[in-house]
Design a protein around this ligand. Sequence first.
Ligand SMILES: [Mn+2]
Length: 298
Amino acid sequence: MRLITRGDADGLACAVFITITEKIESVKFAHPKDMQDGEIDVTAGDIICNLPFHPDCYMWFDHHISEEDRDDAVKTGDFKGKFGMAPSAARLVYEYYDDPQLKRYEEFLIAVDKLDSAQLDIDDVTNPKDWMLLLLSLDPRSSLGDFEYYFFELIDWIKKYDLQTIIKKPEAAVRCEYVLSETEKLKKALKNHTKLDENVIIIDFREIKTIPMGNRFLEYTLFPEGNISLRIFFGKGGLKVICAAGHNIFKRDSKTNIGKLFAKYGGGGHPGAGTCQLDINTADEQIVEIINQMKSDG
Ligand SMILES: [Mn+2]
C-alpha cells in the first residue's frame, strides 16, 4: 500500500500512525491543489491523508471542511476512512484505528493538533519547546538540507526514540536552533516594519530583502491590540505585490472575511486567513482599500 500525504506536521503524524497500523511500502507527498486538479494518479492501493478526496483511493482521512461539497461519496460517507471536523487529520486517523500501539503518541498528537488548528499558546510562538519546536523544525522554507529526507527521518525516529533523543540528533538540533534564531530575527524585522492602524497590524516587508522564516503568528504577540494582520511583500522577481492576511489567533474578534475580501482582488482563502497578488502599479491604492475595509469591519 502507498500513503499519499501533505508535507507538513499533520502529514508527518498521519505517516507515523498509518505506517504502524497498515502495511505501507511507500509514502508520496502531494499538494492539495494537484490532488484537486487530478494531477496525482491514485489507485485502489492508496491511502490519502490530510489532502482532498479522490474517488479511486482505498482509504481517505481529512479534516478540511471545504471538501464536504466536492464529491458525492464524501456527502454520503461512501468511502473507507474518516472525514470531519477535527484539529488535525492525524487526530481522525488516531480515532479511527483506536489502536493501543498509538497511545504513546498522545503528547505528540496534542502538539500537532495545536499547530494544525492554530490553537497555539503565546509561548508556543515566542519560545517553542519540545514537540512544538520539533514540529516547527519541519519547514520547507528552511534551506538546511533536503526537506523530504528530513521528513522521512522524522517518521522513523518518532517511532524508534523518545523526544529528547530525537531533538539531540544533529539534523534535528541544527534545524531547531535555526527555528529559534529565525524567530529572533523576525521579531526585529517586525518591530522595524510594522505599524498598527486602529485594529489592523500592517507589516510592510517590501522594505527588506530577506524575510526571516520565523513563525507566522509572531506579529500577534508583538502587537496584541490588533485583531487582524496584513503582511505586504514582493513576489518572485518583484513583479507582483503579495498580501497575506490573518486573524489574530490570540484576539479572535475581527469581522473581516479575508477569503471573500481577497477574492475581489483575484486571491482567496478562508474567513480567517488568505492571500492575494496585486499588480505593482495599482498595489498602493488597493492596499489602502483593503486596510479601510478591515478597519470598517472592525
Ligand atoms: Mn491538516
